[in-house]
Ligand binder design. Sequence first.
Ligand SMILES: NC(=O)c1ccc[n+]([C@@H]2O[C@H](COP(=O)([O-])OP(=O)(O)OC[C@H]3O[C@@H](n4cnc5c(N)ncnc54)[C@H](OP(=O)(O)O)[C@@H]3O)[C@@H](O)[C@H]2O)c1
Length: 250
Amino acid sequence: MKTFIITGTSRGLGEELASQLLNTAHHVICLSRSKSEFLQQKAEEKKAPFLEIEADLSNAESIPDLMEHIFSSIRFENLQGIYLLNNAGTVQPVVPAELASAGEMVQNISVNLIAPMVLTSEFIKRTADIPAEKRIMNISSGAARKSYEGWSSYCSSKAGLDHFSRCIAEEQKQRTNGIKCVSIAPGVVDTSMQEHIRSLEEGKFPQQNRFIKLKEEGKLYSPSFAAEKLLTVLFDDHFGSEVIMDIRDA
Ligand SMILES: NC(=O)c1ccc[n+]([C@@H]2O[C@H](COP(=O)([O-])OP(=O)(O)OC[C@H]3O[C@@H](n4cnc5c(N)ncnc54)[C@H](OP(=O)(O)O)[C@@H]3O)[C@@H](O)[C@H]2O)c1
C-alpha cells in the first residue's frame, strides 16, 4: 500500500492528481476547505481507500492536530511509500503591492508557503522511523522564478516554496532513508485559477492578455495532462536528484 496526502483537491490540478491516484493499492488523503463529489464517487466506484478532510490551510496553528488525525488513519504495516503533495494555492491578491491589504498578503503566504512548511515539518517528524519510500512534491510555479507585475505575493510565496524545498532536500540528504523533495512548476493549466486571471478587471494585471491568448490558442495544459506528467515525475527512480523542476522540461 502507498499513502498520499494531497492538499487543494476540491477542484483543478489537485482534484485530478487525487483522481489519477485512486485505486485499491493507494490510500489517498485529501485536504481542502470544500469536498469534491467527483472524488467521492470515483473512490466508491474504484473501492479505493479514501479520506477527505475539510480544512482551511491558512490556519497554520491547526495543521499539527490535522496531521495527528491524518497519521492516526494510516496503516503502517506493509506501507511501501508515503507521499505529501503540497498543491493548494491561491494567486490572490492580484494588484500592485501598495494596493494589497495586510490580510490579503498574509492569506496568500499562509496558504502557498506557511502551510506547506508546517505540513512538511509534521510529515518529516511523523515519518522519521518509517522504512518506506518518502517523497514530497511541492507544486510551484513559473512565477517563483520570473517576476510578474501584480503578483508580488504569489511570486514571493512560490519563490519561498522553491527555496524551502532546497533546504529540506539538503537536510534530508544527510539522513538514513531521508525524504526526497522536489518543487515543480506545472505549466499553465486550465483550472479555475486561470479562469480567475482571465476574468480580472481590465488593467489590473498587465500580463492578462498573454494568459487570454494562451487559452484562445488552446495552449493551456489540461489538468489531466499536467497531473499525469507530475505523477510520472513523482514515481521516477531519479525523483529528488533535481530539486527545482518544471514539467515543461521534464
Ligand atoms: N493553473 C495554473 O496555470 C497554475 C500555474 C502554475 C502553478 N499553479 C499551482 O498549482 C496549484 C493548483 O492550482 P489550480 O490551478 O488547480 O488552482 P485552483 O483551481 O484555484 O484550486 C486551488 C485548490 O487549492 C485549495 N485551497 C485554496 N485555498 C485553500 C485554503 N485556505 N485551505 C485549503 N485549501 C485551499 C482549493 O480548495 P478550496 O477552495 O475548497 O479550499 C482548491 O482545491 C497551486 O499551487 C497553483 O499555484 C497553477
